[in-house]
Design a binder for this molecule. Structure first.
Ligand SMILES: [Zn+2]
Length: 540
């Protein structure tokens, strides 16, 4: 394949912009001037008609499994009130068999009048004969009705599990809101989709990702059933995507199974297992992010640590010893301090012969990651670079959270919130992602948010504009820096000879268009490993 007459941003070390690429055997064979390519009759030629081309865009923090499962359940995203969500449940209940579970995802009380949590009462009225369990948009809380609580065995005597909270009313009865690990009480009794249903949903989820211009994801917490489904799809030639998988190890059994599975590299690099995902705390939206000082709008609450610090360190140690990269979710400043402490202990902890310190595994470069790193104590900012730990951040979280984050955190702590410029100034790179389905998977939304720090319909200048990224940095956060964050920079992330031919031909030039137009860029043609996986070129 020969692609020519484009503005091809290679992101190679010289940052060259070329007009022509030659692709052979799925890889880039040449990047340069058309005039310097010897004519080769066998190669089909694609005229890019002057369009801009980027290396394949990758989401460093997405949930393909959750996106797929959410397609099988009720979507309550973007609704404006508790009543509206209950109304949607009532409509589903009207057509569901009595007793059938109604599960769904996407509610967000921060969008609703008053901003208070909903309660089981509205769901009881909407669906008295069906157990209902709706996951909050960020995956950190479940809103359940009385039937679901009953099946899960939750009543006023149920204690809060470690790392979780059963919200209670003035009389001590559960309100229907289950935070962080308390969600597992309901998850244990919910029905699961069949393997065939799940595979179909994965194909649809991949199509959704391709549609917005992604060529791959780092999946932050897939279970082994999902991994098996991906591998069946790869074998069937039905996985037109790349997935760098971090296995989820929520409970001890899942953790042991993930470690047994070990890291794997597939020859075509479609599905690679390289990491394990751990959760250190909850999220800001549900006030579960672990803070050094209490929430400004909830003075008795400092959030939830999902694992004690010693356990985080022990898990980092055991997984790193098996050759895994660690991707640890930490949102609050306290969780970030503790996770960096754990990484520091493991990376620097082993005393060398004759004194001093050496890395835990000499000759290796683990590139452990903190997922989110949303709120940092400013003293922790330089520790990322110093430890070789990478912040993996989601620019659209910043623009979604800015309406209410200041009331949660107060003005003083905001210096370390979504602190991209402060982190980049220390010399670290940032892996860019969306956390889909918490946000939309569209990488152009993420790059727009990184460059402007304002919502797609928000005023200029954005929030804390001195923390913005440049366009070159934001594009790298979704390409080259993501590849580095997955140990894949030798084969992905830029358009250089020998790397996989993963690229996106864009409807507009992200480096020259107006900043407010970045979010509206669409893929015109997408290639993964030399194979056209999306083609929206005008025909004729
Ligand atoms: Zn996530």
């Amino acid at each position: 394949m020969l692609l020519t007459n484009g503005r091809i941003y290679t992101l190679d070390p010289a940052d060259r912009v070329v007009d022509t690429l030659v692709v052979r055997d799925g890889r880039i064979a040449y990047a340069g001037r058309r005039a310097d390519v010897a004519p080769h009759a066998a190669e089909p030629e694609i005229d890019l008609e002057g369009r801009a081309v980027l290396p394949g865009l990758v989401d460093a923090h997405g949930h393909l499994m959750h996106l797929a499962r959410s397609r099988l359940t009720l979507d309550v995203t973007g609704l404006e009130s508790e009543d509206e969500a209950a109304e949607r449940v009532a409509r589903r209940a009207a057509v569901a068999r009595p007793g059938e579970w109604i599960t769904g995802r996407g509610w967000d009380q921060n969008r609703w009048p008053g901003g208070r949590y909903p309660s089981r009462a509205s769901l009881d009225r909407a669906a008295p004969r069906h157990p209902v369990a709706l996951v909050r948009v960020d995956g950190h809380a479940i809103w359940a009705n009385s039937a679901a609580l009953r099946l899960a065995g939750i009543d006023r005597r149920t204690p809060d599990p470690p790392g979780g909270r059963v919200e209670r009313d003035g009389r001590g009865d559960p309100t229907g809101i289950l935070i962080d690990t308390a969600q597992d009480l309901v998850r244990r009794v919910e029905p699961r989709p069949s393997a065939a249903q799940f595979e179909d949903a994965v194909r649809a989820a991949i199509a959704e990702c391709l549609h917005v211009g992604l060529t791959g994801v780092h999946e932050m917490g897939a279970d082994l059933d999902a991994l098996a489904a991906y591998r069946r799809l790869v074998e069937a030639g039905a996985f037109p995507f790349r997935n760098y998988v971090a296995l989820r190890g929520a409970d001890p059994a899942a953790w042991a199974a993930a470690l047994d599975q070990g890291p794997t590299r597939s020859p075509d690099a479609r599905v690679t297992v390289g990491a394990v995902k751990l959760m250190a705390d909850g999220a800001l939206g549900s006030r579960g992010a672990a803070l050094h000082a209490p929430y400004c709008d909830d003075p008795a609450n400092t959030g939830l640590l999902l694992l004690p610090p010693e356990e985080i360190e022990a898990r980092v140690r055991s997984a790193a010893a098996r050759g895994f990269q660690l991707c640890v979710h930490a949102i609050g400043d306290r969780a970030n301090s503790l996770v960096l402490d754990a990484f520091e202990a493991v990376i620097r902890g082993r005393p060398a012969v004759g004194g001093g310190h050496v890395p835990a595994a000499p000759g290796t470069d683990p590139r452990h990651r903190v997922e989110h790193a949303q709120l940092l104590d400013v003293r922790d900012v330089p520790r990322f670079r110093a430890l070789g730990v990478l912040p993996s951040m989601q620019p659209t979280h910043c623009t979604s959270d800015m309406p209410w984050a200041p009331s949660r955190l107060g003005p003083d702590r905001l210096t370390g919130a979504y602190a991209w410029r402060s982190l980049l100034a220390t010399g670290t790179v940032i892996a860019g992602g969306s956390d889909f389905p918490v946000e939309l998977p569209n990488p152009f939304h993420g790059i727009h948010a990184a460059v402007t720090r304002r919502p797609r319909a928000g005023p200029d200048p954005g929030w804390q504009p001195d923390q913005r990224m440049t366009r070159g940095e934001a594009v790298r956060a979704f390409t080259l820096w993501n590849a580095y964050a997955a140990h894949q920079e030798a084969t992905l992330g830029s358009l250089e000879p020998g790397k996989w031919a993963d690229l996106v031909v864009c409807s507009d030039d992200i480096f020259t268009c107006a900043a407010e137009d970045i979010a509206a860029i669409e893929p015109v043609l997408t290639v993964i490993g030399g194979e056209i996986v999306l083609d929206r070129r005008p025909t004729g």
